[in-house]
Structure formats: C-alpha cells, structure tokens
Design a protein around this ligand. Sequence first.
Ligand code: NAD
Length: 256
Amino acid sequence: MLKGKTALVTGSTSGIGLGIALSLARQGTNVILNGFGDAEGPKAEVAALGVRVGYHGADMSKPADIAAMVAYADAEFGGIDVLVNNAGIQHVAAVQDFPVEKWDAIIAINLSSAFHTTRLALPGMLKKGWGRIINIASAHGLVASAQKSAYVAAKHGLVGFTKSIALETATTAVTVNAICPGWVLTPLVQKQVDAIAEREKVDNDEAKRRLLAEKQPSLQFTTPDELGELAVFLCSDAAINVRGQAWAMDGGWTAV
Ligand code: NAD
C-alpha cells in the first residue's frame, strides 16, 4: 500500500533517518531526503531500490527553508504522503553551563521543525484522504537524563505535539505517532561513546558497553533497520487505529 506514495524524511543523510528512508523505499515509496553532508551516497542507496528519490537541503532550524522544501515536494512529487520528522541534534551540559544558542538550536531542530512540516504538509494529506506522520522522539521523550535538558524538553514536547495532532486528526485517515528509540549507534551517539572513552580512559568497545549498561537493559543497540520496519508498520492499514502513541523501541530502557 506504500507503493507509489511519497515520503519526506527529515535528517535522512545519516543514521536513523536514512534507515527509515531505505525501509520505506523497500516498500516502493518514493523518498525525499533532507539533511547536511554528503547527499549523493544516500540518494544512490535509495535509488538502487528502484524508487524515485529527491533531495532538499533545508536547514530544519529555518521555517522559510522548511516551507521551500514542502513546496519542492508539492511541485516535484505531488505532495507528501508520509512525513517522518527525524532531524535532530544533541548537546550535553549542565543547565547552568548550557550555551543559549545550543538550547535555541535544539528546540528549533528537534521540536519546532515538526510543527512547521506538519502545518504545511497536513492539508495535502487531508485533501488526499490518507497520510502518516511519524515523529522520531526518543526514550528521552518519556524519561529524563541529567545534562540533556534541551534535548529532553524538546523530545517531551514532540511527544505532546504528537498526541495533540493525533486528536485533531482522529476521525481522518491521517495518523500521527511518535517512535521513541533507545540507544542507536549513529554519529550522534558515537560522540557520546567517544566522550566516555576519553573521560574513563577505556577503548571504544568498553565505552559502548558502559553507555548501554547505564540505560538499556537489553545491552544491544537498536538499529536504524529495526526502526525503519516499525515506521513501515505504522504506515500499514493494520495500524490505522494506532494514534497519538509514543512507541518505545529501547531495549527495556523505559520499562524500569
Ligand atoms: P545523526 O546525527 O546520524 O543524523 C541526524 C540527521 O539530521 C543528519 O542527516 C543531519 O544532517 C540532520 N540534521 C542535523 N541538523 C539539521 C538541520 N538543522 N537541518 C536539516 N538536517 C539536519 O543522528 P541520529 O542518531 O540518526 O538521530 C536522528 C533522530 O533520532 C534525532 O531526532 C535523534 O534525536 C533521534 N534519536 C536518536 C537516538 C540515538 O541513539 N542515535 C536515540 C533516540 C532518538
């Protein structure tokens, strides 16, 4: 049922976003990629699955860029059927030391960007009579950790935003849900592994083990592929009554 539809996945030149883009493309969904860095490699990976692929370099902290990206999706792909709000950044510091510009950037990219994409893409979904919005929140959308005040605030905000829009669309064929990953070994998390390795004078493998042991009872990283398959399920007919949920895939992190 995803064949021929179009997905916009923000922050999909890397990590989880790219994993979700590839899973959707395997179902025959055309994909619009977004994000910084090399776009040609990710574009080629998606195109190899036989779907149409586009790319827009919108900076998700800039509402005007986001509007331009949605206009591009409308003009080139006939609109957005599946919107995956995934772009995100992290910064780790105690609140009294938290750089103001980092706070503003995290709130803009991890939270406000989802408001802008949603307000611009939802009317097209409602008009077509079908749509899926999937917000990539985090275990930190459900529980907190110290030193991550901006990220935790943004992700809790994204879960609240998800619930609100799910209620606004409850009688339509547009569903809105959040996915809450635990640790996934992407560049965003590798930086935190590197910080443990340096601080605790251990090698990369031991630093990964310590990172997992602190929060994730399964002691295994969640993978972008696993998250991609969950996104595909949320797009299925069987998931039509899954609305406003914050679905954890976190190795038991939030079960304790
Ligand atoms: P990543 O660093 O591998 O990828 C982030 C993507 O966002 C990249 O494509 C990057 O270019 C893009 N991006 C960053 N700032 C942007 C901006 N201003 N405009 C447009 N694109 C921008 O990170 P990831 O781990 O794959 O994270 C993806 C999402 O998953 C984030 O929202 C993150 O908070 C969330 N998440 C990650 C983990 C984890 O353990 N890695 C856990 C829970 C939630």
